[in-house]
Design a protein. Structure first.
Length: 308
């Protein structure tokens, strides 16, 4: 295990903001931490990084508890914070150089590392511009360049795509994929389930300081009831056909709108549905089965939407 979190608790005064979180992250995984505002994602990350004093529980990185001044471990971690962490008055080049030196890269290796990091996020051509003149997406990419200049084994990214244009967003998601292919273990927090679905192989859903579901995306989706919403478009719609359909016991919540029939059914009953339609000479023009996604999972687990 690269990271092991056991029963992590973080309180601010009387308020418990992380409430017994346990997570194991294996080498080479991309773990998505998905949850709404205030769920406790950033606080969990701060605890992993040793940036906050935890109230209870245990956090291990590479099998060790992170102590202040544990430089050897810290050098193996890259952190892209939710808020920008660079000097706005400095150029991108000088900012990344600052981080390279902080991570104890020495001599001519500095220049090489800085070039590689800026190239990687597509900012090499703009390296001489002050960071404050960058667009939101470029600032996010600079934030990432600062975090990866020392080629960390673990990359922790806290909402790295907030406020970016689609091009920067794709650039960032591609960057995560490439780094992961090279062996980097990634923790990625987001409100956006599409991003998590696109890049993560493990997902933990957080709400109110707790992990309410955890697994691969497929596992989480299968956790949900097998019931699917279906829409049928029928060419020879008659009152009789509708009555017939209403009599089928394996359907529920049946309703009709002109030539369309909506209902819920178990996915396993699909062939039964086909048989009945053919047997009763009901001609189907279109059939839609709603596919559940992480948003559906989240809604079912918490009763609320990821983004309000
Ligand atoms: N330093 C602090 N002092 C007091 N409360 C805090 C502090 N930091 C965070 N909190 C509270 O802890 C809770 C969890 O915050 P956290 O930033 O971890 O959530 P998050 O999931 O990262 O949310 P977001 O998606 O908005 O970034 C929130 O209710 C927040 O107000
Ligand atoms: Mg946060």
């Amino acid at each position: 295990m690269v990271i092991e979190i056991q029963d992590l608790v973080k309180k601010y005064g009387k308020k418990t903001v992380v409430d017994g979180v346990s997570l194991n992250i294996k080498e080479g995984e991309v773990l998505g931490l998905l949850g709404p505002n205030g769920a406790g994602k950033s606080t969990t990350i701060s605890a992993i990084l040793g940036l906050v004093k935890i109230s209870a529980g245990d956090v291990k990185i590479f099998g060790q508890t992170l102590k202040p001044g544990a430089v050897d471990i810290k050098k193996r971690i890259g952190y892209v914070p939710q808020d920008f962490a660079f000097f706005p008055e400095l150029s991108a080049y000088d900012n990344v150089t600052y981080w390279a030196k902080l991570y104890q890269i020495k001599g001519k290796d500095v220049k090489e590392a800085v070039k590689e990091a800026l190239d990687f996020v597509g900012l090499w051509d703009r390296r001489k511009d002050k960071a404050k003149t960058y667009s939101g997406g470029m600032k996010r990419r600079l934030n990432i360049a600062c975090a990866i200049v020392h080629k960390p084994d673990i990359l922790i990214m806290d909402e790295p795509t907030v406020g970016v244009d689609p091009q920067s967003r794709n650039n960032i998601l591609d960057a995560v994929r490439i780094l992961n292919q090279k062996g980097t273990t990634v923790i990625y927090t987001s409100h956006y389930m599409e991003e998590i679905q696109a890049i993560c192989n493990q997902v933990a859903i957080m709400d109110n300081g707790r992990i309410i579901a955890q697994g691969t995306i497929d596992e989480l989706i299968h956790l949900m009831s097998e019931e699917r919403k279906v829409r049928l478009d029928i060419s020879n719609m008659t009152e009789e056909a509708y009555k017939k359909i209403q009599s089928w016991k394996f359907l529920s919540d049946i309703s009709k709108e002109e030539n369309e029939i909506h209902f819920k059914m178990n996915e396993q009953d699909m062939s039964k549905l086909m048989e009945e339609l053919v047997k009763n000479k009901i001609e189907v023009i279109a059939l839609d089965v709603e596919k559940p996604n992480l948003e559906t999972v989240f809604l079912q687990l918490t009763g609320k939407k990821l983004r309000d």
